[in-house]
Design a protein around this ligand. Structure first.
Ligand code: ZN
Length: 317
């Protein structure tokens, strides 16, 4: 593990590597944040210690913000040192020694930053969310590549008492970090982006929905995928509704041709309860009969608007 205790002089030396003007200790406020750890996070993903080591290098020099209104250069904090910290007294969910990636960051002691500095000192601003990209995401149960659907395990579900989660390795880049507005999330929030964003779905939306229980936690990506699937279903349902209504119109027309003296009003109005398959069978049956009885019956679906209007009118009370 890297040494986390640096002398004040060493810290100033590291800080000044990132500053264009020479900063003195009075001008800067330094603090420590936990960027991420080797615990299974709320997306059921976990960094390996090796990944944390790689991230520790990638996060050097990365800027952090308190909220999105703070975009001024002077209001940003910057990481100047990172280290892994193992807590021998603490174990992660898997029973392994807990390891966190910690960062030392500095910000300028300006009037604008006073309230944020007080909040950090007072422990109000504590948790941060990070954003990084990861090249490797493998299944904790079978080591299958979770980005290419190579296994059927689903993150967050248990198989024979064993939790499935994604093992994140090979981080390729670290981006911005920020203080989280709403604390009490499980450890630090980690926003991970992948090289191939379209590959992050592990299963089809219908599989997600079918295997959901009261305890299921969905990722943002999964929620988006389900929403988009529901929209597709809605469009399909509309197509099916139009198809059924066309079949009912055919049935109505053929019934009138075959049995002009019978009032089909209530029969037709109950046709909507039949499935498309049943309606199709009925329509085909009536059509065959009509062709037998009147060999000159025009082709189906060539009802002229005039004829249609006439038929509809005949059913009005
Ligand atoms: Zn698997």
């Amino acid at each position: 593990m890297q040494n986390n205790v640096l002398s004040a002089e060493k810290e100033m030396e590291l800080i000044n590597r990132h500053s264009t003007v020479k900063l003195t200790p009075e001008k800067v406020f330094c603090f420590t944040v936990t960027l991420c750890d080797n615990e299974i996070d709320r997306d059921f993903e976990r960094f390996t210690v090796d990944a944390l080591k790689k991230l520790s290098v990638l996060f050097i020099g990365k800027t952090g913000i308190s909220d999105h209104s703070m975009r001024s250069k002077d209001q940003m904090a910057r990481i100047f040192h990172t280290y892994l910290e193992a807590d021998p007294a603490k174990k992660n969910t898997l029973g392994e020694a807990y390891v966190a990636l910690k960062a030392r960051a500095y910000m300028l002691r300006t009037e604008e930053n006073n309230s944020l500095i007080s909040e950090i000192e007072g422990g109000i601003k504590k948790e941060v969310s990070i954003s990084c990209s990861v090249n490797e995401s493998t299944c904790s149960l079978c080591s299958g590549d979770m980005k290419t659907h190579s296994c059927k395990h689903i993150k967050g579900r248990s198989y024979n008492g064993k939790l499935c989660y994604a093992v994140l390795n090979e981080p390729t880049d670290a981006y911005e970090w920020s203080f989280v507005a709403v604390p009490a999330q499980r450890n630090a929030g980690v926003t991970k982006s992948y090289i191939k964003k379209e590959d992050i779905f592990l299963e089809t939306p219908i599989e997600i929905i079918k295997s959901m229980t009261a305890d299921t936690v969905l990722s943002d990506a999964e929620i988006k995928s389900i929403r988009s699937y529901v929209s597709q279903l809605e469009a399909l349902a509309e197509d099916a509704r139009i198809y059924k209504s066309n079949l009912i119109e055919d049935i109505e027309r053929l019934a009138l041709i075959l049995m002009p003296k019978v009032n089909f009003k209530s029969f037709i109005s109950s046709c909507g309860n039949l499935s498309a398959k049943e309606l199709k069978e009925l329509r085909n049956g009536l059509d065959a009969q009509a062709k037998e009885k009147f060999p000159m019956t025009p082709q189906l679906r060539s009802v002229s608007p005039k004829e249609k209007t006439h038929n509809n009118t005949s059913f009005k009370i």
